[in-house]
Design a protein around this ligand. Structure first.
Ligand code: APR
Length: 313
């Protein structure tokens, strides 16, 4: 049996995710983009790298969603990216429209698929996709926390001059300035970072993590990050397709966990063949709980904006 991942949006994030998924031999890939020829061209280029890279993955590209038929996972990256000075929330109006169109098409051809949302503002587009698709909560979730923790881990590794892979970390909350990096739950080979780094250094790393996306936008000027986002997508897809049941920070619909409900927010979740199989509830300090609540309020206010724009969700 061959497994298939469709990626909607063949831009920087989508095409790089396709590359990683094929080269990690995770699945065949169907790339869809509204721009005529774009997905076809990138798919053809990726196919031509297969003999050299040494994989036998099928990679197709099209403007039509027909090629998504039979997808196990659909990754949604369609939408516009940030420019310098913009917040992810500034993308709301345009990306909500794009996501709605994408979801309608995806549901029609791949009603059994797991939806992994990437388009920003992440926690809000994931909410929209959940409402519009009618899929169960276990099959609609968003990629943000793996990316935010990857940034946190990379900065910790740089500060300690240690292997990035040995650094484990946790970030809760929305994908934006209100995210809640958790130094207490971050370790290097099992050693809490609070024993290895100064409080001041940790505070600076937390701040840099919060601004991690914006720092890159400032350099790139015409777009936002895509290598690390694509790595994060591939890791979540691997956990699902291989039923690894990894515990990864994921934007999921909370139904009472952490005292919150009816909001998508980043929390540790078990990802396996059925999608989100479990949400893990961490014990939080008063300050951490307050920060998470503030983050939830922020996501809720952006959902409220969506309603003001006329979306009945
Ligand atoms: N249907 C399909 N594809 C679309 C649609 C649509 N309705 N609208 C736009 N697209 C495509 C664009 O044609 C483009 O190729 O989505 C792609 C987006 O690619 P980029 O502009 O390169 O943006 P990227 O950096 O990949 O980011 C995509 O992910 O990380 C988030 O904030 C980021 O929301 C942004 C998204």
């Amino acid at each position: 049996m061959r497994v298939k991942v469709s990626i909607i949006g063949a831009g920087q994030v989508g095409a790089t995710a396709a590359l990683r998924i094929a080269e990690q031999d995770l699945a065949d890939v169907a790339l869809v983009d509204v721009v005529k020829g774009l997905a076809r061209g990138k798919a053809l280029d990726l196919r031509q790298s297969a003999p050299v890279e040494g994989h036998a993955r099928r990679i197709e590209g099209s403007e039509s969603y027909r090629i998504c038929k039979g997808s196990d996972v659909v990754v949604v990256t369609a939408g516009v990216a940030r420019k310098p000075g913009m917040s992810r929330d500034d993308l709301l109006q345009i990306n909500a429209k794009i996501v709605a169109e994408v979801i309608e098409n995806v549901v029609a051809v791949a009603p059994e698929a797991i939806l992994l949302m990437v388009t920003n503002p992440l926690d809000v587009t994931t909410y929209l996709a959940y409402k519009l698709s009618g899929f169960p909560r276990s099959r609609v979730f968003g990629m943000a926390g793996v990316l935010d923790t990857a940034r946190f881990r990379a900065f910790i590794a740089e500060a300690l001059n240690t292997a990035p892979e040995d650094v484990q970390a946790m970030v809760l909350g929305g994908h934006g300035d209100t995210m809640v990096p958790l130094p207490r739950y971050s370790t290097v080979s099992g050693i809490p970072i609070t024993q290895l780094l100064d409080r001041k250094v940790i505070r600076a790393i937390v701040q840099r993590t919060r601004q991690g996306g914006a720092e890159i936008v400032k350099y790139l000027k015409t777009g936002s990050a895509y290598y690390a986002p694509a790595s994060a997508i591939a890791q979540m897809v691997a956990s699902i397709l291989k039923d690894q049941k990894r515990i990864l920070p994921t934007s999921v619909l909370l139904t009472g966990q952490y005292g919150l409900r009816n909001v998508f927010l980043g929390v540790p979740a078990v990802l396996g063949a059925r999608g989100v199989e479990k949400v893990i509830e961490l014990q939080l300090s008063v300050a951490e709980r307050k920060a998470l609540k503030r983050s939830a309020e922020h996501v809720r206010s952006t959902v409220a904006q969506l309603k003001q724009l006329g979306w009945e969700v």
